[in-house]
Design a protein around this ligand. Structure first.
Ligand code: ADP
Length: 888
């Protein structure tokens, strides 16, 4: 390749349509046209030594770019213009009319001389046409001086465009040439490295760079690229080596860039493609397996059913669109695909939600509502009145969104059952949403579906369960929601309760708005303080303070006992619980503000009675009109017994009939031994307080807890020590401070109180004080134990017992003032429950007594204290020790 070529003055010309052969390039062509076959035959095949031919590009007028090496002879025929003069310099191309093809052929005026490296001859069957396959190597550029025909093909008079050695040597000294060739080599080197890396070939190409002259290299490189015909021509025309080098550098560089870009793209695409192809393949396999197993139909049927259910859900148009989109996505998925199930569960929820299903909103009958409330609940007249007012407003202006009712009170006072009575009065469905312990906003609003195991919030879930869009929804224990790092449930609730915002309540899981404006919200809470003020602002608080023993008795007789008997398949014909036994249960077994434990204990009595029924079965004569029932049916419900075949209860036989079937001659009456047998030994008795204050140092306080008021004892004792104060019983900071204040006050008044002989005496000399608040498992805090603490300390130091019938509450200052406290009503009720007869209260709490039921007040002696001395005066039998002294 390195040697210069001796070019004959005339060359047979093989036209290349829209294709250039550059020096150094090797090309394989197939000659089929008569003219080119002739040319090959005469110029190459039949010659002894291999001759040269000229390759001349032609551009056909249609400019159909034929790539590839096969050259069909675009020209031919004797009629072609002969002796065409070269007009190089004026025009780059020669024009030639071809009669056969009726087209103008543009000859380029520069070509490349080529030699055949290999020749093979073939005969086409059945036509017998001869064809040649020729491998050609481009050698050097030439200029066409004159084009003429020889038989069927062309020849041209040519001059070489190659530089001779001397000129070449001169150019090699040229600085510009040196710079250009260095730049070209560097770019070429880079390209080679990339290609070798890709193809993992050895460094053979690199050797070329070292051995071949750079101007030839330029041609070789460019020849291997796929570039446009125009670019090929301009490369062919670059006779000047400097121009050739810079052109080649540009092309090599472009090629390099395109390889890099292509590589980047393939890297990206490859990953995705192979993954999706793999999935596709697996899915196809799965489909085939399923078809084989006959599994496919189920899934499809399911989806059809789902779609039908969705259609019937009455979603608003925008939501329906959204649901359809999701359904389409689901249909494209395979059941085993991740996301299939979550998508399905989501659509099921959309289909289940009551978008338009609602309980019929009937004209509200206030009289019936009042009767209903009265029938369900004893007492609570104020509360019932308020509910009726609420319902009346709803009746007059159904769309008016009054405040949400919130029942506040200790457990078991009827908050839930009042809410369900409201639902019954409105003829709506009732759903209770428990908010106790909800700390996460997502519990209200749901988790976004991107989370694994995401769920809708409790409200949306509740609506799905209740199945109508206008139920009465009870937000139970709204005071037990707390905020922490996981968001603020209260703020989500605020949105729920806001009539402006709840039309478009947005559950994160649902991700489409749901209209809550038709829901009637009712809330309950044990205490008001923990409810965030903005939330409280939306609600109208109705307090239920708890019941007196008398009220409990009435509730038990009128409501609880009939209900309990009914629940156990019994009736009063069979079991009777006399009033004094109910009283006994109230006094000795329950000391709660509500009636929940009372109901539980009554149920225990009913259960025990039912067992007796089962035991007596064989003695019982059956009523005539009731079919004989097998015992196991009852046993299953009541007690364990021998094995007998199961039988179904005939329709129309209700619980009462069952019990009447076993009715004994006279009803069973609950008596004290039975109460003790069933409920165990009494849990509380009236003597408890007396026993506990039998020793000096113990006083009786009244405290306020989430379950209402409570009686709380304070015990103080002293022992040899260094004057330290120990406190136990799960106490908060405030109560600890109260203890310090109480001790300081007592020490300061030691002589006055006759606890010390002189002012100088240290009451704590050689002594430690220990104060304990029993019920150590219950956390306690608050300032209202102040007076109780002082009383127990004075009792301890004076060695005088406090009165067992007196309980107290009140905050104290260091100087002995008694300050008012909260929860007076609950505390007084608690004192009453515990059988306390006298209650000492801060004077400024007088106003709170209006809330206490009159029956309770009439059974208690209420003493008001302004100063701690007043408290002490009434806490001890016969007054305070020092007062006695001062009287003397
Ligand atoms: P809460 O929600 O306040 O904790 P519930 O509403 O669950 O209490 O009441 C507990 C039980 O006591 C229920 O069976 C309820 O019917 C009954 N109950 C409470 N107060 C009354 C009342 N005034 N009259 C009749 N039954 C009552």
């Amino acid at each position: 390749m390195g040697e210069s070529v001796e070019l004959p003055s005339r060359l047979a010309i093989l036209p290349f349509r829209n294709k250039v052969l550059l020096p150094g390039a090797i090309i394989r062509i197939r000659c089929t046209s008569p003219s080119s076959v002739k040319l090959v035959e005469q110029e190459l095949w039949q010659r002894e030594e291999k001759g040269l031919i000229g390759i001349l590009p032609v551009r056909d007028s249609a400019e159909t770019a034929t790539s590839g090496a096969a050259v069909s002879s675009g020209v031919g025929g004797e009629s072609a213009e002969r002796g065409l003069k070269n007009q190089a310099g004026i025009s780059d191309t020669h024009k030639l009319d071809s009669k056969n093809q009726q087209e103008v052929i543009h000859w380029h005026n520069r070509g490349v001389a080529a030699r055949a490296l290999h020749l093979s001859r073939g005969v086409e069957k059945p036509s017998g046409r001869v064809t040649y396959i020729v491998v050609l190597e481009g050698l050097c550029r030439f200029n066409v001086q004159e084009l003429s025909t020889r038989g069927t093909y062309y020849t041209a008079r040519v001059t070489s465009l190659d530089m001779n050695k001397a000129v070449m040597e001169l150019i090699e000294q040229d600085q510009e040439f040196i710079a250009l060739s260095r730049q070209f080599k560097a770019t070429a080197m880079e390209l080679i490295s990339i290609l070798e890396q890709k193809q993992k070939t050895g460094g053979r190409t690199k050797v070329l760079l070292e051995t071949v002259p750079v101007h030839k290299l330029a041609d070789i490189f460019v020849a291997s690229f796929e570039i446009s015909f125009e670019e090929q021509l301009s490369m062919l025309d670059a006779v000047d080596v400097k121009i050739r080098l810079s052109k080649a550098t540009e092309l090599v560089d472009r090629h390099l860039q395109s390889i890099r870009v292509a590589e980047k793209i393939t890297q990206k695409v490859e990953g995705q493609l192979s993954k999706s192809q793999k999935e596709f393949l697996l899915r196809q396999q799965m489909k085939a397996i399923k078809e084989e197993l006959g599994d496919n139909d189920d899934e499809e049927d399911d989806l059809v059913a789902l779609e039908r259910k969705m259609e019937g859900a009455g979603m608003p148009a925008s939501i329906w669109k959204h649901a359809l989109r999701e359904l389409r996505r689901l249909k494209k998925m395979q059941p085993q695909q991740p996301g299939y199930n979550s998508s399905r569960v989501y659509l099921e929820l959309l289909a289940d939600l009551p978008w338009e299903k609602a309980s019929q909103e009937l004209e509200l009958d206030l009289k019936a509502a009042k009767e209903r409330l009265d029938a369900d609940h004893y007492g609570l007249s104020k509360v019932k009145q308020r509910i009726i007012e609420y319902l009346a407003v709803r009746k007059l202006k159904p769309e008016a969104r009054g405040p949400v009712l919130c029942f506040v009170g200790p457990p078991g006072v009827g908050k839930t059952s009042l809410a369900s009575s409201i639902a019954a009065a409105l003829d709506r469905k009732f759903i209770r949403i428990s908010l106790g312990g909800v700390k996460d906003e997502a519990d209200i609003r749901g988790h976004r579906r991107t989370y694994i195991g995401s769920m809708p919030g409790r409200l949306i879930d509740g609506l799905k369960r209740v199945g109508v869009r206008n139920p009465v929804m009870l937000l139970d224990e709204i005071d037990k929601t707390g905020s922490d790092v996981r968001g603020d449930p209260a703020s989500a609730l605020l949105e729920v309760l806001d009539p402006e915002q709840n039309k478009t309540f947005n559950d994160h899981y649902l991700n489409v708005p749901f209209d809550l404006s038709k829901v009637v919200f009712v809330a309950t809470a044990n205490r008001m303080q923990p409810i965030p003020p903005p939330l409280l602002d939306r609600m109208e608080v109705i307090e239920l303070p708890g019941y007196t023993p008398e009220e409990k008795l009435k509730i038990a007789i009128r409501h609880l006992i009939p209900r309990v008997l009914d629940q156990h398949g019994l009736s009063s014909d069979f079991l009777q619980i006399p009033e004094d036994m109910v009283k006994l249960v109230i006094q000795r077994y329950t000391r709660e503000a509500g009636v929940r434990n009372l109901e539980r204990n009554l149920a225990a009595l009913a259960r025990a009675a039912a067992v007796k029924v089962a035991e007596q079965e064989h003695l019982v004569p059956f009523a005539k009109d009731v079919q004989r029932l097998s015992s196991p049916l009852l046993d299953g419900k009541l007690a364990e017994s021998a094995e007998v075949e199961m039988e179904v209860i005939p329709m129309g036989v209700n619980n009462h009939e069952i019990s009447s079937a076993f009715m004994a001659a006279s009803p069973m009456v609950v008596d004290e031994p039975m109460v003790e047998k069933v409920l165990g030994p009494p849990r509380y008795d009236d003597k408890e307080t007396a026993e506990r204050v039998a020793n000096p140092g113990v006083s009786v306080g009244l405290v306020w807890t989430a379950v209402g008021g409570e009686v709380q004892f304070v015990e103080a004792t002293s022992m040899a020590g260094k004057g330290d104060l120990h406190l136990t019983g799960q106490l908060g900071d405030v109560i600890k401070e109260s203890a310090q204040i109480a001790l300081t006050w007592v020490r300061a008044r030691a002589t006055e109180l006759k606890l010390a002989i002189s002012e100088e005496t240290n009451l704590l000399e050689g002594r430690d004080i220990h104060i304990h608040f029993p019920a150590g498992a219950v956390p306690k805090d608050g300032p209202s134990a102040g007076v109780t603490l002082v009383t127990s300390l004075v009792s301890l130091f004076s060695k005088k017992r406090v009165r067992a019938d007196t309980a107290m509450t009140g905050e104290m200052t260091l100087r002995g003032m008694v300050l008012p406290v909260g929860g007076v009503k609950d505390k007084v009720l608690a004192a009453h429950r515990y059988g306390i007869k006298r209650v000492i209260l801060p004077e400024r709490n007088l106003k709170d007594l209006v809330e206490v039921p009159a029956t309770v007040l009439s059974s208690l002696e209420i003493i008001f204290a302004k100063r701690v001395e007043d408290v002490l005066d009434h806490a001890f039998e016969g007054g305070c020790p020092w007062r006695q002294h001062s009287k003397l």
